[in-house]
Design a protein around this ligand. Structure first.
Ligand SMILES: NC(=O)c1ccc[n+]([C@@H]2O[C@H](COP(=O)([O-])OP(=O)(O)OC[C@H]3O[C@@H](n4cnc5c(N)ncnc54)[C@H](O)[C@@H]3O)[C@@H](O)[C@H]2O)c1
Ligand SMILES: O=C(O)C[C@H](O)C(=O)O
Length: 333
């Protein structure tokens, strides 16, 4: 498989590229960024793994060259948060970055699986969908917002209650979107079952919903989660690649366009949101089936979901509007 990382020189991009370089499922790896890819690619090229690696910059049609023949494109390009910012504050800059990259995908490798990491995911994925629709290249089964970090956090933060030595052995679905109260962990649906004491549940849910802020605060102005995100992004990319190669029974929560995925219509009706993260069966064609876990939520979780829908609808609409009614270009001074 040929994998492309767009935003490869960044805090997420570099460790994610390292994990992809070491992954035996990857034969070719193209690194694209507006800076530093020659250095990052040369460094990684000394690793004795299967993947042939190349780095590209925008000059000389670099994006097109990076994307040519891509099977999977992972996008962590864009600015990260600083303390005091919301993910929505990143929209102004990151919306344009994602738009440009997706336009490149639409013309060069429209059949690739597209994994969007750039924030605000609740809006950047709708932007990607609208751009692909405009180009007549939208395949909803192959466009994914990466929400795996929320799952990773939900597993990790619950470890003291599961008693598992390896927290990843407890499957905890996290649904909704990827920001604050739009993130809804469903501990009632954990497999194997987990008993969270009632007086500890609010704090646990809050930590998962605002785990990103915990890292932003600790990094004190130097960025947001990068290493845990690279781990999570790789975990999801590996799942997509394994499914593409024919491995069965791969189910991962991811933010998808529900009306375009089997089983999604029912969830869209129930949530009022066209884009939503739910556990999705992955196969050769991408998102094969969305699992309606929303209806399994208990009363406590249903209240969380109501808040999620309110925030998420506006974020989705903002992304769609950005493409349908683009803001005027800034005036030249
Ligand atoms: N989905 C998630 O769970 C999740 C988790 C963590 C971070 N993020 C988001 O991922 C994004 C990247 O975070 P980071 O910490 O790696 O930031 P970073 O600033 O360290 O890296 C971003 C990289 O993108 C590059 N870039 C900018 N414009 C580009 C363009 N047009 N084409 C290609 N590359 C371009 C920059 O040069 C930089 O190397 C942020 O928006 C952040 O909020 C998402
Ligand atoms: O919090 C952020 O801004 C980055 C990311 O979305 C995260 O959840 O860590």
């Amino acid at each position: 498989m040929k994998a492309v990382v767009a935003g490869a020189s960044g805090g997420i991009g570099q460790p994610l590229s390292l994990l992809l370089k070491a992954c035996p499922l990857v034969d070719k790896l193209a690194l694209y960024d507006v800076v530093n890819t020659p250095g990052v690619a040369t460094d990684l090229s000394h690793i004795s793994s299967v993947a042939q690696i190349e780095g590209f910059l925008p000059a000389d049609d670099g994006l097109k060259k990076a994307l040519t023949g891509a099977d999977i494109v992972v996008i962590p390009a864009g600015i990260p948060r600083k303390p005091g910012m919301t993910r929505d504050d990143l929209f102004k800059i990151n919306a344009g970055i994602v738009k440009g990259l997706i336009e490149g995908v639409a013309t060069t490798c429209p059949d690739a699986y597209i994994l969007v990491i750039s924030n605000p995911v609740n809006s950047t994925v709708p932007i990607a969908a609208e751009i692909l629709k405009k180009a007549g290249k939208f395949n909803p089964k192959k466009l994914f917002g990466v929400t795996t970090l929320d799952v990773v956090r939900a597993e990790t933060f619950a470890q003291s209650f599961t008693g598992e030595k390896d927290p990843s052995k407890t499957n905890i679905p996290v649904i909704g979107g990827h920001s604050g109260e739009t993130i809804v962990p469903l501990y009632s649906q954990a497999k194997p079952a987990v008993k969270i004491p009632e007086d500890k549940l609010d704090a646990l849910i809050n930590r998962v919903q605002f785990g990103g802020d915990e890292v932003v605060k600790a990094k004190d102005g130097t960025g947001s989660a990068t290493l845990s995100m690279a781990y999570a992004g790789f975990r999801f990319a590996e799942a997509v690649m394994k499914a593409a190669k024919g491995e069965s029974n791969i189910v991962e929560p991811t933010f998808v366009y529900l009306p375009g995925v089997e089983g999604g219509d029912e969830i869209a009706k129930e949530t009022g949101c066209d884009f939503f993260s739910v556990p999705v069966h992955l196969g050769k064609d991408g998102a094969e089936k969305a699992v309606n876990i929303v209806k399994e939520a208990n009363e406590y979780e249903k209240k969380l979901l109501q808040k999620c829908y309110e925030g998420l609808k506006g974020n989705i609409e903002k992304g769609v509007e950005f493409v349908k009614n683009p803001p005027p270009p800034p005036e030249k001074k």
